[in-house]
Design a binder for this molecule. Structure first.
Ligand code: NAG
Ligand code: NAG
Length: 240
């Protein structure tokens, strides 16, 4: 009796959690979207600035688990220093971004910062990366203390090992992986891969119609919190 009561209660709870409008996706794993990149590669900043923000459209982000891995084609040298494709400035900014990801683990906190730095890269003004703290009202110390320290190095070694563990190995950057499947050169179409990969019953808004996710540079339909932060970053990039 107790057992079957418990069973009905948990069945009820599961149904409730699965189908209530407040929690339409709690029964299903989110789709993983992993971006392996390096801070100064032009294709990477273009992807981060002009494509990746699509995940904030139509509530898609509620169905996606985004992982950013700033390492790319960098190498660990025999003396344990890093060698980055675009030189020491890239190693430095990769570490800045790694420290930001570590300091602010939540996407809503770190994404505007990464976006801001990459907007400056995109506009060829990345030496002004530190202005992103002020523009986004973030504590610089969390990142600046980390960058030159053992912590920064440790974080980058972790990103290096995540990158080298990729199966199949990455061939170029940006390297976009949706639910463990690399998208190769079709990475700019990542939204359609997310739609295909999602196994939940609740439909992802925007996935049903092919047109509704086409991205215009308008940010108005991106979720409001992040929109204002991204708009600040855009202003910053434009005025830098
Ligand atoms: C580490 O090795 C690289 C390449 O061999 C060299 O250019 C660099 O100066 C070395 N750095 C240190 C701190 O020894
Ligand atoms: C970079 O910043 C400088 C100084 O603020 C500005 O004069 C220049 O136009 C900016 N360059 C670009 C490509 O936005």
């Amino acid at each position: 009796m107790g057992f079957s009561f418990q069973k009905s209660v948990s069945f009820f709870l599961v149904s409730f959690l699965c189908f209530t409008q407040f929690s339409p996706i709690s029964c299903y794993k989110k789709v993983s979207l992993d971006l392996y990149y390096e801070s100064l590669c032009p294709g990477c900043s273009n992807y981060i600035v002009n494509y990746l923000p699509k995940i904030f459209k139509n509530g898609l982000i509620d169905f996606v688990d985004l992982k950013l891995v700033p390492w790319g084609n960098a190498k660990i040298q025999p003396n344990n220093t890093f060698n980055c494709q675009h030189g020491p400035a890239e190693c430095f900014l990769d570490t800045v971004e790694a420290c930001a990801l570590d300091a602010w683990p939540h996407l809503n906190d770190h994404f505007p910062f990464i976006y801001c730095v990459e907007s400056l890269v995109y506009h060829k003004n990345y030496t002004k990366w530190a202005t992103c703290f002020e523009k986004l009202n973030l504590k610089a110390k969390l990142v600046t203390d980390c960058v030159g320290s053992e912590r920064g190095k440790e974080l980058e070694l972790h990103h290096a090992s995540e990158t080298t563990a990729l199966q199949p190995p990455h061939k170029f950057v940006p390297w976009v992986v949706v639910d463990d499947q690399p998208l190769y050169h079709d990475y700019r179409n990542f939204v359609s891969y997310i739609c295909k990969a999602y196994k939940g019953t609740a439909p992802i808004p925007g996935c049903s119609s092919s047109n509704s996710l086409s991205f215009t540079s308008k940010l108005s339909t991106i979720s409001p919190d992040i929109t204002s932060l991204i708009e600040q970053s855009l202003k910053l990039a434009a005025s830098a």
